[in-house]
Design a protein around this ligand. Structure first.
Ligand SMILES: [Cu+2]
Length: 125
């Protein structure tokens, strides 16, 4: 009998939590690092964790951006990638990936191996 008294409030709280979570877009709960103010003067992005050290950069058209993959976990290299729309890298454990941006625009990208590992290159004239 005592168990039943707790069952209904527990179910109600669980339903409210589920409703709140599903009604709130995930993007509002967690901020996307790619949406930060683009930093100027950076053309090399380092990956040494599950994030880009400069997730949002601004470069001039014609600039080659380099991503350096240096992430180690207990001494072992960890694979990451760069996936943009129509451009990007394969999975890379160690080394660099370069891409030249010729046209102005907002180039968002992600590492599709890790949650919220996003970045953006804003290309200006
Ligand atoms: Cu990654």
């Amino acid at each position: 009998m005592r168990r039943k008294r707790f069952l209904i409030p527990t179910i109600a709280i669980a339903l409210l939590a589920i409703a709140a979570f599903t009604l709130t877009p995930l993007s509002k709960l967690i901020s996307d690092p790619a949406n930060g103010t683009p930093v100027r003067g950076v053309t090399a992005v380092t990956v040494d964790s599950e994030a880009f050290d400069a997730p949002s950069i601004e470069v001039k058209a014609g600039t080659t951006v380099t991503w350096r993959f240096k992430h180690r976990d207990e001494g072992e290299p960890v694979a990451h990638n760069i996936k943009g729309e129509g451009w990007g890298s394969p999975d890379i454990q160690d080394g660099v990936y370069k891409h030249t941006f010729t046209k102005p625009g907002n180039y968002k990208y992600s590492c599709d191996l890790h949650f919220l590992m996003n970045g953006r290159v804003k290309v200006v004239i």
